[in-house]
Design a protein around this ligand. Sequence first.
Ligand code: AMP
Length: 545
Amino acid sequence: MLDGCTTWPADLAARYVRDGLWRGQDLGGLPRRWAERSGGKTALVHGETRLSYRELADRIDRTAAGFADRGIAPGDRVVVQLPNTPDFVIVVFALFRVGAKPVFSLASHRANEIRHLLSLSGAVAYVVPGVHRGFDHDALAALMLAEVPTLRQVFTTGDAGFTTLSEVDAEPQAPRSNDPSDVAFFLLSGGTTALPKLIPRTHDDYAYQTRAVAEVCGVTADDVYLAALPVEFNFTWGCPGVIGTFGVGGTVVLAADPGAEDSFRLVERERVTFTSLVPTVAHLWLEEREWSTADLSSLRFVQIGGARLQPGLAARIEPELGARLQQVFGMAEGLLSMTRADDDLDAVVHTQGHPISPADEIRIVDENDREVPAGVAGELLTRGPYTLRGYYRADEHNKRAFTADGFYRSGDLASLTAEGRLVIEGRLKDVVIRGGDKVSAGEVEGHLLAHPEVARAAVVPVPDEFLGERIYAFLVHRDDKPALPELKRALHERGLAEFKLPDRVEYVEAFPLTPLGKVDKKVLAAAAADPGLARDWAPVEPKEG
Ligand code: AMP
């Protein structure tokens, strides 16, 4: 396995192989196998573009040869930042083919995040979408080339400046194969630390995940999946998502964004049978449905996950969209738990179902790591055949994030029902889940503190009907109290992605403290949610602290 990654213990790995979970599959070899199986069938639809399985595999082979010609070698890390287009799929599989390791950046990432991802991964190349949604990624790439020593090449879907993707094209070479137990690509953590950590996903573990979810969901060659959320999300890419749908010979439709109007048009035009949404987007879809006349009758089921789904919203899905709801609890780190087609309505509305694999191991523990009984909330710990054993190049953090016997500490508060269904009750980790985006409180605080007038900063989630949560910043000022627009501008200039900017800011004289002297974020979160609560926390430290 790539240096800097943690392997599964040999006995467990052997068991996963023996039980037929890990089948020695190389993700880079899959498109050709799919083409042999489904040749002329439509694999991928985007706007007016329709690619058959054979055309897709051919494009991937040529692009892989083009990358190899340009010096991309096995083991190289390549940060990929592309929107929902066929280019994303082609580039990622072409990199798999040459044995390079794509690092999935979010399309919304800016200098701050990209610099970190390039440096942490030691990337030799960066793939960008030219100008996308008004942002000049080529200019950002030029900046990164000057700043990040390992970065040698930029590939762009734009039309000038760097090597364009259309130039990454050569006669296909004899296929090389990857070690299935090695890292295939990197997903990003939902951010409890200031900047995202890299999650190594192996060929075998991801091939298993996508196959297992497709089976749980009963997805077949007749299915048409709408990739409405960003394709670089684990949810969209592999739950079963793009890879799982290809795996059974179905069709993937890429939407530019999850907006309801365009998505409904695509559902009607392509006879989409399932999709995956975050609760915020599901809410938008329900609003649009009230007056839309689009024919959604092809939709069999809608997966909703990534953030807490309010039972009230959950109960509206089937009656209003005419498609079954599947609740999904998932994490890029691995573990996936979901409701099943034959679950009763109560379970579908109120729980996140069962893990997808019989080999998933779950423990719900108290603060002393002792297991708690059913119905009692505790931290969710997990390990299994597609759950990471360590973040990339993060030895110190890994000591805290995993138990001695390899269970991942999710930071989520959960309980199990008497039937063994998972219920997510809340979270221990210091993140705001804004719509589908995970924002580390610590990261935003760090940037706020860089402002000369900010002496102390504490970021908490505040409930929001539309986004689920918004970002609320409590600040202690020095001389002036910069208003929200000024703070946002300052953070923006520091290269922070838009979705991490605070939605509200409130100046206070001091922060409430826990008995141990830490900032009491529970008290702050309650205050953020209720402007009527007193803010009479006594200053115990000088402002300059
Ligand atoms: P990510 O790795 O970005 O997908 O984020 C994973 C985290 O999202 C989990 O650890 C949870 O905190 C949260 N999450 C995912 N699905 C759900 C869900 N169905 N309900 C509540 N929280 C969720």
